[in-house]
Design a protein around this ligand. Sequence first.
Ligand code: SF4
Length: 339
Amino acid sequence: MNIYNLTYDELESYFLSIGEKKYRASQVFEWLYKKRVTSFSEMTNLGNKLISVLEKEFSFYIPTIVNSEHDKDVDKFLFKLQDGEHIESVLMHHDYGLSLCISSQVGCNMGCVFCESGKRKKVRNLEVYEMLLQIIEIERITKKRISHIVIMGIGEPFDNFDNLVKFITNCNDYRALEIGSRHITVSTCGIVPKIYEFSKLPYQVNLAISLHSAFDDKRSKIMPVNKAYPLKDVIDAVKDYYSVTGRRITFEYILLDGINNSVDDAKELCKLVKGLNCYINLIPYNEGSSMGFKRPKNDAIMKFYDIIKKEGINVTVRREFGSKISAACGQLRSKKEEE
Ligand code: SF4
């Protein structure tokens, strides 16, 4: 098992189980997350005997960045994993800091028709270390601190729930990455039972739900997950989430020209979310992908926006990142596979 797979509590239990003192966990976390060493042999205050025990027990494998593309406000990184699979992370430069969009699976089973990542079925879940090291490695090579994390890259995070929870634990832990939970956003396509489970976690993490249509039949066509979890069930889960956590939810809505951006679409969206404590994030489609959809013209985007705004609903149009490079999720990896 990779050492980064463990939470602080798990590492403490491990040390107790081998007759060591609990404080060893604090020493190891300091080396891993604060000093950022890349081998056990650098953990000089552990002593040679304990270092060789850890070397036998745990792996220290670090996924490698094998390709990257850069534009002025976005950097995209392709990682090669130990088994030869590839995943991507996208670093976005905002006024408020650096936000990293990370992947949670190799491939994805959700099959959203506009998504490059969904073209390839899920191969496997990412382990906790493979999620954490996307952050650590990008911080190492950019020499910059990442302040915000969005789990919205390749994969459906709620389809990898247990590892997601441990990942959030280590992101948030002051002894590990120390990223405030309000700076972490999990984005799901709407796996309803997991929304209920997520609301019970002891974290103030943000939740975003990909909606993309307020009509069940249309949503089922572009997001097959809607057949299992239709809109009514998603909205019931969102209401429960709000009653348990008191936290506002974000709805992501990708604008696909001629598909989901009509006046009727906007009005139905308003009806669906009216009265919910929510925020709608409109995302103009990134035509850099090979999925064949079109980005609506700017005036059509603004018309859609205005209809929602006039209803008094919080709405923004997401700033477009990386339309010149392969910044939509899955594009850099697709390129690699075509080579
Ligand atoms: S949009 Fe997200 S959930 Fe849908 S196929 Fe792509 S990666 Fe999977």
